[in-house]
Design a protein around this ligand. Sequence first.
Ligand SMILES: Nc1ncnc2c1ncn2[C@@H]1O[C@H](COP(=O)(O)OP(=O)(O)O)[C@@H](O)[C@H]1O
Ligand SMILES: [Mg+2]
Length: 237
Amino acid sequence: MHHTIEVENLTYTYPGGHQALIDVSLSVGPDERVALVGPNGAGKSTLMLHLNGIYRPTSGQVTVGGLPVTDDNIGQIRAWVGLVFQNPDDQLFNPRVFDDVAFGPLHMALPEEEVRRRVDAALDAVGMQDYADHISHHLSLGQKKRVAIATVLSMHPKILVLDEPTAGLDPRARRSLINLLDSMERTMLTATHDMRLVADLFTRVVILDNSRVAADGPTGDILSDGALLTEHGLEAP
Ligand SMILES: Nc1ncnc2c1ncn2[C@@H]1O[C@H](COP(=O)(O)OP(=O)(O)O)[C@@H](O)[C@H]1O
Ligand SMILES: [Mg+2]
Protein backbone atom coordinates (compact mmCIF):
# COMPACT_ATOMS: atom_id res chain seq x y z
CA MET A 1 0.00 0.00 0.00
CA HIS A 2 1.39 3.34 -0.98
CA HIS A 3 0.96 6.74 0.53
CA THR A 4 -1.28 9.77 0.30
CA ILE A 5 -0.47 13.43 -0.25
CA GLU A 6 -2.61 16.09 1.45
CA VAL A 7 -2.10 19.75 0.63
CA GLU A 8 -4.32 22.04 2.65
CA ASN A 9 -4.76 25.74 1.96
CA LEU A 10 -1.14 26.08 0.91
CA THR A 11 0.08 29.60 0.24
CA TYR A 12 3.71 30.25 -0.65
CA THR A 13 5.35 33.61 -1.13
CA TYR A 14 8.89 33.75 -2.56
CA PRO A 15 11.36 35.94 -0.65
CA GLY A 16 11.00 38.59 -3.39
CA GLY A 17 7.27 38.81 -2.63
CA HIS A 18 5.76 36.80 -5.51
CA GLN A 19 2.82 34.67 -4.36
CA ALA A 20 3.51 31.47 -6.29
CA LEU A 21 0.77 29.45 -4.55
CA ILE A 22 -2.45 30.84 -3.14
CA ASP A 23 -4.76 28.72 -1.00
CA VAL A 24 -3.97 25.50 -2.87
CA SER A 25 -5.71 22.37 -1.61
CA LEU A 26 -5.21 19.00 -3.22
CA SER A 27 -5.21 15.40 -2.09
CA VAL A 28 -3.81 12.37 -3.84
CA GLY A 29 -4.95 8.95 -2.63
CA PRO A 30 -2.84 5.81 -2.30
CA ASP A 31 -1.77 4.54 -5.74
CA GLU A 32 -3.69 7.35 -7.45
CA ARG A 33 -2.05 9.00 -10.48
CA VAL A 34 -2.69 12.71 -10.74
CA ALA A 35 -1.47 15.06 -13.48
CA LEU A 36 -0.75 18.67 -12.64
CA VAL A 37 -1.13 20.92 -15.68
CA GLY A 38 -1.16 24.63 -16.33
CA PRO A 39 0.83 27.38 -18.04
CA ASN A 40 4.46 28.23 -17.33
CA GLY A 41 4.71 30.14 -14.09
CA ALA A 42 1.47 28.67 -12.69
CA GLY A 43 3.26 27.36 -9.61
CA LYS A 44 3.56 23.65 -10.45
CA SER A 45 7.24 23.26 -9.59
CA THR A 46 6.83 25.37 -6.47
CA LEU A 47 4.06 23.03 -5.31
CA MET A 48 6.17 19.93 -5.99
CA LEU A 49 9.10 21.30 -4.03
CA HIS A 50 6.81 21.43 -0.97
CA LEU A 51 6.11 17.70 -1.12
CA ASN A 52 9.47 16.67 0.27
CA GLY A 53 10.06 19.77 2.31
CA ILE A 54 12.52 21.67 0.10
CA TYR A 55 10.11 24.59 0.45
CA ARG A 56 7.90 25.14 3.49
CA PRO A 57 4.46 26.75 3.38
CA THR A 58 4.09 30.44 4.09
CA SER A 59 0.71 29.28 5.39
CA GLY A 60 -1.28 26.06 5.18
CA GLN A 61 -0.04 22.52 5.59
CA VAL A 62 1.38 19.62 3.59
CA THR A 63 0.97 16.06 4.89
CA VAL A 64 2.48 12.93 3.36
CA GLY A 65 1.47 9.44 4.44
CA GLY A 66 -0.25 11.04 7.43
CA LEU A 67 2.87 12.92 8.57
CA PRO A 68 3.04 16.71 8.36
CA VAL A 69 6.10 17.91 6.45
CA THR A 70 8.10 19.39 9.33
CA ASP A 71 11.74 19.28 10.45
CA ASP A 72 10.92 16.39 12.81
CA ASN A 73 9.57 14.24 9.99
CA ILE A 74 11.78 15.33 7.12
CA GLY A 75 13.97 12.20 7.04
CA GLN A 76 10.95 9.91 6.81
CA ILE A 77 9.20 12.16 4.28
CA ARG A 78 12.26 12.22 1.99
CA ALA A 79 12.48 8.43 2.16
CA TRP A 80 8.84 8.20 1.08
CA VAL A 81 8.69 10.87 -1.61
CA GLY A 82 10.82 10.40 -4.71
CA LEU A 83 11.01 13.85 -6.31
CA VAL A 84 12.37 13.98 -9.87
CA PHE A 85 13.33 17.49 -10.92
CA GLN A 86 12.54 18.80 -14.37
CA ASN A 87 16.21 19.33 -15.14
CA PRO A 88 18.24 16.16 -14.52
CA ASP A 89 21.39 18.26 -14.07
CA ASP A 90 19.83 19.37 -10.76
CA GLN A 91 19.66 15.71 -9.69
CA LEU A 92 22.87 14.17 -11.01
CA PHE A 93 25.99 15.44 -9.32
CA ASN A 94 28.27 12.41 -9.07
CA PRO A 95 30.79 11.58 -11.78
CA ARG A 96 29.48 8.07 -12.42
CA VAL A 97 25.92 6.88 -12.98
CA PHE A 98 26.40 4.17 -10.35
CA ASP A 99 27.27 6.72 -7.66
CA ASP A 100 24.29 8.93 -8.46
CA VAL A 101 21.90 6.01 -8.13
CA ALA A 102 23.70 4.69 -5.02
CA PHE A 103 23.70 8.06 -3.29
CA GLY A 104 20.25 7.78 -1.67
CA PRO A 105 20.62 4.19 -0.42
CA LEU A 106 24.13 4.96 0.92
CA HIS A 107 22.65 7.93 2.74
CA MET A 108 20.10 5.54 4.28
CA ALA A 109 23.10 3.62 5.69
CA LEU A 110 22.14 0.39 3.93
CA PRO A 111 24.76 -2.37 3.67
CA GLU A 112 26.92 -2.23 0.55
CA GLU A 113 25.44 -5.38 -0.91
CA GLU A 114 21.90 -4.05 -0.56
CA VAL A 115 22.99 -0.73 -2.13
CA ARG A 116 24.41 -2.61 -5.10
CA ARG A 117 21.23 -4.66 -5.45
CA ARG A 118 19.08 -1.54 -5.39
CA VAL A 119 21.25 0.27 -7.93
CA ASP A 120 21.12 -2.71 -10.29
CA ALA A 121 17.35 -3.00 -9.94
CA ALA A 122 16.76 0.75 -10.42
CA LEU A 123 19.00 0.95 -13.50
CA ASP A 124 17.28 -2.15 -14.85
CA ALA A 125 13.86 -0.59 -14.33
CA VAL A 126 14.78 2.45 -16.43
CA GLY A 127 16.63 0.42 -19.08
CA MET A 128 20.04 1.86 -18.16
CA GLN A 129 21.64 -1.30 -16.76
CA ASP A 130 24.60 -1.02 -19.16
CA TYR A 131 25.46 2.51 -18.06
CA ALA A 132 26.48 2.08 -14.40
CA ASP A 133 30.09 2.99 -15.18
CA HIS A 134 29.31 5.80 -17.58
CA ILE A 135 29.87 9.44 -16.78
CA SER A 136 26.46 11.00 -15.93
CA HIS A 137 27.47 14.31 -17.43
CA HIS A 138 28.06 12.72 -20.85
CA LEU A 139 24.63 11.11 -21.23
CA SER A 140 21.90 12.39 -23.55
CA LEU A 141 18.95 14.26 -22.01
CA GLY A 142 16.70 11.21 -22.30
CA GLN A 143 19.31 9.01 -20.63
CA LYS A 144 19.85 11.58 -17.89
CA LYS A 145 16.11 11.70 -17.24
CA ARG A 146 16.06 7.93 -16.86
CA VAL A 147 19.00 7.97 -14.49
CA ALA A 148 17.36 10.78 -12.50
CA ILE A 149 14.31 8.52 -12.06
CA ALA A 150 16.60 5.64 -11.07
CA THR A 151 18.16 7.82 -8.35
CA VAL A 152 14.77 8.00 -6.65
CA LEU A 153 13.65 4.43 -7.44
CA SER A 154 16.70 3.11 -5.59
CA MET A 155 15.22 4.65 -2.43
CA HIS A 156 12.03 2.57 -2.87
CA PRO A 157 9.78 5.63 -2.59
CA LYS A 158 6.10 5.21 -1.78
CA ILE A 159 5.24 8.30 -3.82
CA LEU A 160 6.68 9.54 -7.11
CA VAL A 161 6.60 13.25 -7.85
CA LEU A 162 7.79 14.05 -11.37
CA ASP A 163 8.33 17.51 -12.80
CA GLU A 164 7.80 17.50 -16.58
CA PRO A 165 9.27 14.02 -17.14
CA THR A 166 8.79 13.99 -20.93
CA ALA A 167 9.86 17.58 -21.66
CA GLY A 168 12.63 17.71 -24.24
CA LEU A 169 12.61 14.01 -25.09
CA ASP A 170 12.55 12.64 -28.64
CA PRO A 171 9.56 10.43 -29.51
CA ARG A 172 11.25 7.13 -28.77
CA ALA A 173 12.69 8.27 -25.44
CA ARG A 174 9.32 9.78 -24.57
CA ARG A 175 7.47 6.57 -25.38
CA SER A 176 9.79 4.38 -23.35
CA LEU A 177 9.55 6.78 -20.41
CA ILE A 178 5.74 6.66 -20.60
CA ASN A 179 5.85 2.85 -20.65
CA LEU A 180 8.15 2.91 -17.65
CA LEU A 181 5.86 5.22 -15.67
CA ASP A 182 2.85 3.15 -16.66
CA SER A 183 4.49 0.04 -15.24
CA MET A 184 5.01 1.62 -11.83
CA GLU A 185 2.19 1.05 -9.41
CA ARG A 186 2.67 3.90 -7.07
CA THR A 187 1.09 7.11 -5.87
CA MET A 188 2.13 9.59 -8.57
CA LEU A 189 1.86 13.33 -9.03
CA THR A 190 3.29 14.61 -12.30
CA ALA A 191 3.55 18.13 -13.66
CA THR A 192 3.42 18.15 -17.44
CA HIS A 193 2.50 20.01 -20.62
CA ASP A 194 2.24 16.69 -22.44
CA MET A 195 -1.52 16.24 -22.79
CA ARG A 196 -1.17 12.88 -24.51
CA LEU A 197 0.83 11.67 -21.53
CA VAL A 198 -2.02 12.93 -19.34
CA ALA A 199 -4.61 11.07 -21.40
CA ASP A 200 -2.55 7.87 -21.47
CA LEU A 201 -1.52 7.61 -17.86
CA PHE A 202 -3.50 9.71 -15.46
CA THR A 203 -6.92 9.17 -13.94
CA ARG A 204 -7.23 12.68 -12.55
CA VAL A 205 -6.15 16.13 -13.63
CA VAL A 206 -5.57 19.24 -11.56
CA ILE A 207 -5.23 22.54 -13.41
CA LEU A 208 -3.06 25.10 -11.68
CA ASP A 209 -3.20 28.61 -13.09
CA ASN A 210 -2.04 31.89 -11.66
CA SER A 211 -1.01 30.26 -8.35
CA ARG A 212 -4.46 28.72 -7.73
CA VAL A 213 -6.24 25.44 -8.40
CA ALA A 214 -8.54 26.19 -11.33
CA ALA A 215 -10.02 22.70 -11.80
CA ASP A 216 -9.70 19.21 -10.35
CA GLY A 217 -11.49 16.23 -11.85
CA PRO A 218 -11.42 12.96 -13.76
CA THR A 219 -9.16 13.12 -16.83
CA GLY A 220 -12.03 12.40 -19.24
CA ASP A 221 -14.11 15.29 -17.88
CA ILE A 222 -11.25 17.81 -17.92
CA LEU A 223 -9.89 16.87 -21.36
CA SER A 224 -13.34 17.01 -22.96
CA ASP A 225 -14.05 20.50 -21.62
CA GLY A 226 -12.71 22.61 -24.49
CA ALA A 227 -13.69 25.93 -22.93
CA LEU A 228 -11.92 25.08 -19.66
CA LEU A 229 -8.75 24.02 -21.49
CA THR A 230 -8.71 27.16 -23.63
CA GLU A 231 -9.28 29.38 -20.61
CA HIS A 232 -6.09 27.99 -19.05
CA GLY A 233 -3.96 27.92 -22.16
CA LEU A 234 -4.17 24.14 -22.60
CA GLU A 235 -4.97 21.99 -25.60
CA ALA A 236 -6.80 18.70 -25.88
CA PRO A 237 -4.47 15.86 -26.91
N1 LIG B 1 13.33 31.16 -6.74
C1 LIG B 1 12.35 31.98 -7.10
N2 LIG B 1 12.27 33.26 -6.65
C2 LIG B 1 11.26 34.06 -6.99
N3 LIG B 1 10.25 33.70 -7.79
C3 LIG B 1 10.26 32.45 -8.27
C4 LIG B 1 11.30 31.53 -7.97
N4 LIG B 1 11.04 30.36 -8.59
C5 LIG B 1 9.89 30.56 -9.28
N5 LIG B 1 9.42 31.80 -9.08
C6 LIG B 1 8.20 32.36 -9.64
O1 LIG B 1 7.09 31.66 -9.12
C7 LIG B 1 6.13 31.45 -10.14
C8 LIG B 1 5.81 29.97 -10.25
O2 LIG B 1 6.96 29.32 -10.76
P1 LIG B 1 6.99 27.75 -10.97
O3 LIG B 1 6.51 27.09 -9.72
O4 LIG B 1 8.34 27.41 -11.47
O5 LIG B 1 5.88 27.57 -12.11
P2 LIG B 1 5.66 26.36 -13.15
O6 LIG B 1 6.44 25.19 -12.65
O7 LIG B 1 4.17 26.13 -13.14
O8 LIG B 1 6.12 26.84 -14.48
C9 LIG B 1 6.68 32.08 -11.40
O9 LIG B 1 6.14 33.37 -11.53
C10 LIG B 1 8.16 32.14 -11.13
O10 LIG B 1 8.74 33.21 -11.82
MG1 LIG C 1 7.94 24.06 -13.52
